[in-house]
Design a protein around this ligand. Sequence first.
Ligand SMILES: NC(=O)c1ccc[n+]([C@@H]2O[C@H](COP(=O)([O-])OP(=O)(O)OC[C@H]3O[C@@H](n4cnc5c(N)ncnc54)[C@H](O)[C@@H]3O)[C@@H](O)[C@H]2O)c1
Length: 364
Amino acid sequence: MTLVAGYEVDDAILLPVRRDRGIGIVGCGGIVNYAHVPAYKASGFRVVACHDRDVSAAERTAAAHGIPRVAATLDDLLADDEVEIVDIAVTPEAQVAIAERAAGAGKHLLCQKPLAPDYPAAVRLVGMARDAGVKLAVNQQMRWDAGIRVARQLIVQGALGQPADARIEVSVRTPWQLWPWMARSPRLEVVYHSIHYHDSLRFLFGEPTRVTAVHGRFPGQPETGETRTATALEYENGLITLVDVNHHNWSEDAYARFRFLGSDGIITGTIGLLYDYPHGRVDTLWYQANAEPRQWHEAQLRTRWIPDAFAGPMASLMEAIETGGEPETSGQDNLGTLRIVQAAYRSAAEGRGIAPAEIALDEG
Ligand SMILES: NC(=O)c1ccc[n+]([C@@H]2O[C@H](COP(=O)([O-])OP(=O)(O)OC[C@H]3O[C@@H](n4cnc5c(N)ncnc54)[C@H](O)[C@@H]3O)[C@@H](O)[C@H]2O)c1
């Protein structure tokens, strides 16, 4: 715990008392190897088995991280009594079917973002997990990234006063070649990347009432979907937020920053991960109160998005299993983020502002 202008903040990730619940991983690709397992190891979590449809990927992952068992099939993994939580990190079109089978086997679930390819499928999956009596968390781990977590702590303590103008501005060169399947997707930027920003803004400021988006491309880009997006979100209390992203900034003037301005203060900082993905650096965060003498206060941040923040959703899921409560990024909560994502695509396609409540009607 440290102080920023007299406000208490801490970017350490809270861990559950019981950390030994068996985790079974499905999908042993990039993100599991450079983020999930390193974060779990550092937190004392126990990965007992892993599975991939490409057996060699599962074997390589098990060998690299000392995971005791490789399950040849999903059924084998689900039949493993030591597996209490199934951590899914496969390509998105495969996730829902795996999650449904794991829930049917009584396993708790950590699913990747996006939770499902479309909003109605996500609603069905959340309902199915509820009916099966298992907890479902979504891996929206940006909420545990140091800059966002500490911003939230400041906001909750009243450091901003009335929020008025919040922005996340990212202009970087993204290595889409790490995910060839993503680069071929007709929907790209918002559903795979900005979904983190929309989830974080919900965490900080609640639900927007209207979403207005424009989507574009960079000259000559090889990716199929949009890589340049701007999304304006309006809130009942007058707040306007802006998520402004470009993934083809070839220049040396790349940046990834947040800026939250309120009546009583301003929080500004950088998203360290995006300065050198996937290694990144620690975020920065500065705060200034709307009072004389004007002075910037820097937060002492220590944790990184990759891998540290990846402990957050798993820790929160374990806590929910323990207490019978809900994970911070529960499937039910995540429907709010997915409504914004869907609203952004509809807005860009139809050229008008969309209320997320309109998306909720799609459920029926
Ligand atoms: N910050 C984040 O939250 C973050 C970052 C990167 C990727 N992701 C998400 O994580 C997931 C995986 O991404 P990645 O970068 O590791 O991709 P990847 O392509 O490196 O790995 C995906 C792995 O899943 C396996 N797989 C696919 N379908 C399967 C199935 N039906 N059963 C078993 N295994 C299957 C593949 O063989 C592959 O090894 C994606 O959903 C992606 O959107 C999230």
